[in-house]
Design a protein around this ligand. Structure first.
Ligand SMILES: Cc1cc2nc3c(=O)[nH]c(=O)nc-3n(C[C@H](O)[C@H](O)[C@H](O)COP(=O)(O)OP(=O)(O)OC[C@H]3O[C@@H](n4cnc5c(N)ncnc54)[C@H](O)[C@@H]3O)c2cc1C
Length: 385
């Protein structure tokens, strides 16, 4: 790592403890998106870590970005999730496929945290199956007319820019998808105001967006017309690595609380950490966190080198998210009644962990991707799913 990379990571812990951690439990309790914290995260440099300086980024390695997300997730997984939706799912496709003019206009504010981004793919009838996208974009002179509705969108109610997945060739399945940067204030574009009431990630805003004859200038097309899937194939694996980082951060926090409790809590005349059944849970936590960290590091290295990472990103996301659910469940077990109480953050970690098995593609979809990649590597001619 360079000295700039080491420096930002070593300052991150005190920044998170000072700025992100103090309000995390209250924001969860009140189901409020902590917008000031979010903007401070941007000013610290989190959103810009992986972007070049031309667009207000810090041009650091992706291991630094993931390290920052992991650190934030230890304190507030909701903030980490909103950050990933903003920086990876919204800003990254603009960077990858936007015209130079669009990038110069939108990216500096997004990367600095002055504007907030959302990524709008999911619809009522299209979740895992993105070929079923019903939102359409029809070419009309110098613009596209966008019509449709998106659900379960992170940052929906606070977004200044939404990267929207729409069909430009409705009969062409995934090869008929295009991405558009839709900006707040464009007539016909609005958040419905609905805020999902969720099991976890309650301090992350989740809402709905609607598009009624929105005139989107052609310059706001991201990538080629019908080229949306190619950009998604770069963006979604990157977001899966981020989700793995969030799952690892959640797990590390739960593990640390467990070690403290195993040392401090005495039953039957000794610390509960002396009981081998408790030790087994601690040992499994540590081993899986180390394994998930290595998988993530492998994926981040491929990303830094610009190599294909679909399979390892799905592996890291699958492994880390299932691990996070198990570790937080066992962490409550190790704490007994105290773990079940809302006085400790464990129940929040448990609720937050569950999202990591669903967002950015469910565990089932990750398994399908991994198996498809395995089969493709052996028999490239066998058609995919
Ligand atoms: C808090 C939160 C935030 C979110 N943020 C965003 C966001 O910012 N932007 C966005 O676009 N979306 C977002 N989503 C949506 C998320 O990406 C989807 O929920 C996810 O992709 C799954 O889609 P679905 O919920 O429609 O489930 P479905 O696709 O309906 O799946 C239901 C079940 O069927 C299984 N299944 C589906 N297809 C298959 C198959 N082929 N083989 C085996 N099993 C299958 C799934 O694994 C799952 O268990 C968010 C969701 C949540 C909960």
């Amino acid at each position: 790592m360079t000295s700039a990379e080491t420096e930002i990571l070593s300052n991150a812990r005190s920044f998170v403890q000072r700025v992100v951690a103090p309000g995390a439990a209250t924001a969860d309790e009140r189901e409020e998106f902590p917008i000031d914290v979010f903007r401070a995260v941007g000013r610290f440099g989190v959103f810009g870590a992986g972007f070049p300086s031309d667009y207000n980024g810090l041009a650091l390695g992706f291991a630094v970005y993931a390290g920052l997300i992991r650190e934030i997730a230890q304190a507030c997984a909701s903030t980490a999730m909103s950050a990933v939706a903003h920086a990876t799912l919204a800003a990254l496709p603009i960077f990858l496929g936007g015209s130079e003019r669009l990038k110069r206009r939108l990216l500096p504010a997004l990367i600095g945290g002055d504007a907030i981004g959302a990524f709008a793919m999911t619809e009522a009838g299209s979740g895992s199956d993105i070929a079923a996208t019903a939102t359409t974009a029809t070419e009309a002179g110098d613009h596209y007319l966008l019509n449709g509705a998106k659900v379960f969108i992170t940052n929906a109610n606070v977004a200044d820019v939404a990267v929207v997945v729409a069909k430009t060739s409705p009969a062409a399945g995934i090869l008929g998808l295009s991405l558009f940067a839709v900006e707040k204030g464009m007539p016909g574009f609005q958040a419905t105001g609905r805020r999902e009431r969720k099991l976890g990630m309650r301090a992350s805003d989740t809402g709905e967006l609607t598009f009624t004859d929105v005139r989107v200038p052609k310059d706001n097309l991201i990538g080629r017309r019908n080229g949306g899937f190619a950009i998604l194939q770069q963006t979604l694996p990157a977001a899966r690595l981020d989700m793995a980082a969030i799952a690892i951060g959640i797990s590390e926090r739960a593990r640390d609380l467990c070690v403290d409790h195993a040392v401090g809590r005495r039953q039957f005349g000794k610390p509960i950490g002396r009981f081998q059944l408790v030790q087994r849970m601690l040992a499994d936590m540590e081993t899986s966190i180390d394994a998930a960290t290595l998988l993530l590091a492998h994926g981040l290295e491929l990303r830094d080198r610009g190599l294909p990472l679909a399979k390892v990103a799905s592996e890291a996301k699958l492994f880390a998210s299932e691990m996070a659910v198990e570790i937080t469940r066992n962490a409550i077990q190790i704490h007994g009644a105290a773990g079940y109480s809302r006085d400790l953050p464990l129940e929040r970690l448990y609720r937050d962990a569950k999202l990591t098995e669903i967002g950015d593609g469910t565990s089932e979809i990750q398994r399908l991707i991994i198996a498809d990649e395995m089969i493709k590597a052996r028999s490239p001619r066998i058609p995919g799913r």
